[in-house]
Design a protein around this ligand. Structure first.
Ligand code: FE2
Length: 135
């Protein structure tokens, strides 16, 4: 376990420079959450970084949905529903991360957050990346 740290690698590219930039920023914010959680910072500090991640995630989803709507992505309704679910999951797990912060973030929570971003956001986006490439 490397503290949950996540890397953005070029194979995660969706072929849209501004959405790739968003994804890199999400990775950076999540890594800041891990650093803060493992450093055992004050509740407000960790809550602040998590709030920044949540706000940026929502902004990113809005931008991504607009981009896909303009290009008539057929699976947009499902992708949007997934976004809503991910926002709700982040709120829940953030609560746990804050509660656990004194003992340091549990492996459970950091693994959840890593999967939340890598498997559910970055990996799921490959489906629309394929669609955009085919246009
Ligand atoms: Fe995305």
């Amino acid at each position: 376990m490397n503290g949950g740290v996540v890397d953005w690698t070029p194979d995660l590219s969706v072929g849209v420079p501004n959405l790739d930039a968003d994804h890199k920023k999400l990775v950076e914010l999540l890594n800041r959450v891990f650093v803060a959680a493992y450093a055992g910072v004050e509740e407000e500090v960790l809550a602040g970084v998590l709030a920044e991640l949540a706000a940026y995630t929502k902004d990113h989803f809005t931008r991504e949905e607009a981009h896909l709507a303009q290009r008539f992505y057929p699976d947009l309704p499902a992708h949007k529903a997934e976004h809503d679910r991910l926002v709700a999951e982040l709120a829940q797990i953030s609560r746990r991360a804050i509660d656990e912060r004194q003992e340091g973030m549990s492996a459970d929570v950091s693994e959840f957050l890593r999967r939340w971003l890598v498997d559910h956001i970055l990996d799921r986006d490959r489906a629309y990346a394929e669609y955009l490439k085919s246009l």
